[in-house]
Design a protein around this ligand. Structure first.
Ligand SMILES: NC(=O)c1ccc[n+]([C@@H]2O[C@H](COP(=O)([O-])OP(=O)(O)OC[C@H]3O[C@@H](n4cnc5c(N)ncnc54)[C@H](OP(=O)(O)O)[C@@H]3O)[C@@H](O)[C@H]2O)c1
Length: 262
């Protein structure tokens, strides 16, 4: 299927990591040009250098730490440098540390809000105007199964991703008639560094091996395994495509059936 992404330019945040990198690479493979965003210039250079010829020329990068108040402006300017426009925005950030809800401090909550919510909303607001004016745009936000079924031991993640969901859902209705779709993609357990780190922490808490924790986790997934970043990237690319023009305000699960509620 031709996703209709040729001549479209995408900005993907967190593109040095598992999900963001997979989405960026899939969009590239489907014909879009892509700005990879991350906070580590060395990692970005290495990732771009690994791209096969043909894709490498269609990719560039921008460095910004989402905790920096200037990040939204830097990201928008960096992405526009190539074609003067951004047709597809993929919002993404690092995840907060795990811990019991009763130990979360107001300071930590506020600091994480400044990394996970405020900059993504500011960037979205900067880019959505031109998308509406040109009559086409795609705004995707990498979220979590925790917005449907809160995940134990991830209170900050559960709380802040709900906040982002509320904003994006409200925005979706305002811009739908201008050809701009706004959707969330909710990973269940996709095997990335983040999931490995969380499972290692869970193993230490429970005094179990990493393998035991991973086996218990896959036992709760009807598909019987973790997902791959490539499987996640393919779903995100579909939502960015011409074919998903009537899908907006949705949260699409990529979870192997893990979330049991309808
Ligand atoms: N994988 C899953 O199954 C799953 C499930 C639920 C939710 N999620 C959430 O989905 C998001 C992506 O997941 P992932 O598994 O791909 O995580 P990951 O492997 O940890 O990658 C996170 C990405 O965000 C970047 N990042 C972190 N802090 C940043 C900052 N302050 N400024 C700019 N970039 C920053 C990282 O860059 P560096 O390389 O510089 O660290 C990396 O590119 C995370 O928020 C995660 O919590 C993932």
């Amino acid at each position: 299927m031709d996703l209709g992404l040729t001549d479209r330019h995408a900005l993907v945040l967190g593109a040095t990591g598992g999900l963001g990198r997979a989405v960026a690479t899939t969009l590239l493979a489907e014909g879009a040009s892509v700005t990879f965003a991350g906070r580590d210039a060395g990692k970005l250079d290495a990732i771009l250098a690994e791209l096969p010829a043909g894709m490498r020329e269609q990719a560039d990068s921008v460095v910004a730490d989402l905790g920096d108040p200037d990040a939204p402006g830097l990201l928008a300017a960096g992405a526009r440098a190539r074609t003067g426009k951004v047709d597809i925005l993929v919002n993404n950030s690092g995840g907060p540390p795990p811990g019991p809800p009763s130990t979360v401090s107001a300071e930590e909550m506020q600091a994480q809000y400044g990394r996970m919510v405020t900059p993504l909303i500011a960037l979205t607001l900067d880019l959505v105007g031109p998308m509406r004016a040109q009559g086409w745009g795609r705004i995707l936000t990498i979220s979590s199964s925790g917005v449907i079924q809160p995940i134990p031991h991830l209170p900050v993640s559960n709380a802040l991703r709900m906040s982002l969901l509320g904003f994006m859902k409200t925005l979706a209705a305002e811009v739908a008639s201008d050809g701009v779709t706004v959707n969330l993609v909710a990973p269940g357990r996709i095997l990335t560094d983040r999931v490995r780190t969380l499972d290692a922490a869970a193993a230490e808490r429970a005094g179990k091996s990493l393998e035991e924790v991973q086996a218990a986790s896959t036992g709760m997934i009807p598909a019987g395994r973790f997902g791959s970043p490539e499987e996640f990237g393919a779903v995100a690319a579909f939502l960015a495509s011409v074919h998903a023009s009537y899908v907006t305000g949705s949260t699409l699960r990529v979870d192997g059936g893990m979330i049991r509620s309808v």
